[in-house]
Design a protein around this ligand. Structure first.
Ligand code: FAD
Length: 431
């Protein structure tokens, strides 16, 4: 290897980039990860829940040594109005029993640093504090990167630079993001103490809760509220789709403040100390926003490739990032074997993706973003739920009959039966 030429340069030390680095370094390749943050994880954010299956493939038994916060054994989803919440809960220790099925709450600041340590132990070099300004192209082939005026060369560049991926845009592989393709996320980490969390959320040991809610949290905009219990903190946040934010008079930080004051939330975080505040974009459009993934000398992974799904009751991007990083690295290893870094050879990445859960799930749920743009999901249904429950659970000596009919009338006023049936059918078809 030419001293100035690496086998691979990875731009972005998030989950996608670090996973790719681990695979390449383990195979003995000369690989560097260039990360603009002061350390891996410094600039990264997530709601909080990692589905462990893809990292399990890369680092079997990772949960024993990784800085996971809690194992999720309690699920909760809620329909919220400003002053009510209809909750569906599911408690099952078996959710966390098998590593390949388990999910964990994580904080990216510590988690990404741990993954970076794994990459370095495998032999990768990580260069933090450097922003890659541009990708170097010679004769139509990507040959390296320019970071702060310093040019570095490699056989392959893996772009793992996150949802915006200005570098994939620079190359013309990805279009500028449109407002309907991304949501804005704002999150606070609030310190409460381990015992307080266990008491307030009914948890024991390292059990954790994942709680997503729709309706009032995003003020009727497409999106919702999230709350994940960590070891001694909770992550609480809002996600609201950019194209729909104008629907509300509140800014996303204001939505978050109001969410924290909701009667279902406020008592749970009372007395807590906010220790971290972050904001980030989330890819929301799913299958429809996947860019060109491979060109001569370059591959695009993780959020940069739009690999993220928001189904309302689960948000997934981290398991896709890890798996897509791993698969990109497998394709690069093949290219090294045959000594050819053309688009044709690197297209093995696309084949591996097609045969993986990533493309299977991206295709399966490709209709979801449009279902979730139904105003009914975020505005009408939470109000109807409040109406019905308010009546059902009020006993005041007055006649209680008519609850069902008045609900049917409310639904009929809000939306036609045909619209509702259509929406339910489309949701069922996606599963
Ligand atoms: C509010 C919110 C809630 C979410 N909730 C969940 C959840 O609960 N579960 C889940 O699985 N997913 C969730 N996601 C999605 C998940 O966080 C992402 O899919 C995942 O982080 C993508 O990882 P990545 O490595 O592709 O990108 P990132 O983690 O964004 O990493 C990209 C890295 O590239 C670096 N970088 C960017 N440009 C450059 C450059 N030019 N030069 C050098 N470095 C650069 C950045 O600093 C960063 O470290 C959520 C996202 C948000 C925002």
């Amino acid at each position: 290897m030419n001293e100035d030429k690496f086998d691979a340069i990875i731009v972005g030390g998030g989950l996608a980039g670090l996973s790719a680095a681990i695979v390449l370094a383990r195979a003995g390749k000369g690989v560097i990860v260039i990360e603009r943050g002061d350390y891996c994880g410094a600039k990264n954010m997530t709601g909080g829940r990692l589905y462990g299956h893809s990292l399990e493939k890369l680092i079997p038994g990772f949960a024993a040594s990784a800085p996971i916060e809690r194992v999720v054994t309690r699920e909760k989803i809620s329909l919220m109005t400003a002053d009510s919440a209809l909750d569906i809960g599911y408690t099952a220790p078996k959710l966390g029993a098998e590593p390949e099925h388990a999910s964990y709450t994580v904080l990216r600041g510590t988690f990404d640093q741990w993954l970076a340590d794994q990459a370095m132990e495998a032999g990768a070099d990580i260069i933090p504090g450097f922003l890659v300004d541009r990708v170097l192209v010679e004769d139509g082939k990507v040959v390296g990167v320019d970071a702060g005026g310093e040019e570095m060369y490699a056989d392959v560049v893996i772009l793992a630079d996150g949802v915006n991926s200005l570098l994939a845009q620079q190359l013309g592989m990805k279009k500028e993001l449109e407002p309907h393709q991304v949501a804005v996320g704002a999150k606070e980490v609030i310190k409460l103490g381990e015992d307080v969390i266990n008491q307030r959320f009914g948890l024991t040991g390292n059990e954790g809760m994942a709680w997503l809610s729709a309706g009032a949290p995003s003020d009727g905009s497409f999106g919702g509220g999230l709350l994940y219990t960590n070891k001694d903190t909770v992550s609480i946040g809002i996600v609201a789709t950019l194209s729909d934010i104008g629907h509300s008079e509140l800014s996303v930080p204001q939505m978050l403040d109001r969410f924290k004051e909701h009667p279902a939330i406020a008592p749970l975080i009372e007395g807590g100390t906010p220790i971290e505040y972050s904001g980030h974009l989330v890819p929301e459009e799913g299958y429809g926003m996947i860019p060109e993934l491979v060109r001569d000398g370059v591959l695009v992974t993780g959020d940069a490739a739009g690999f993220c799904i928001n189904l309302g009751f689960t948000v997934r991007g981290m398991d896709f990032a890890i798996e897509s990083g791993r698969l990109a690295a497998e394709a690069v290893l093949h290219a090294h074997e045959v000594g050819d870094f053309s688009k044709e050879t690197l297209s093995l990445y696309e084949t591996l993706l097609q045969n993986s859960f990533i493309m299977r799930d991206m295709k399966q749920y490709k209709g979801f973003p449009t279902i979730l743009t139904e105003r009914a999901v975020f505005e009408d249904i939470p109000k109807i739920a409040d109406d019905v429950c308010g009546k059902l659970f009020t006993v005041d000596g007055k006649p209680s009959d008519g609850v069902i009919m008045s609900t049917v009338n409310t639904i009929a006023q809000k939306t036609s039966a045909r619209q509702l049936v259509d929406m339910i059918t489309r949701i069922l078809e996606a599963f």
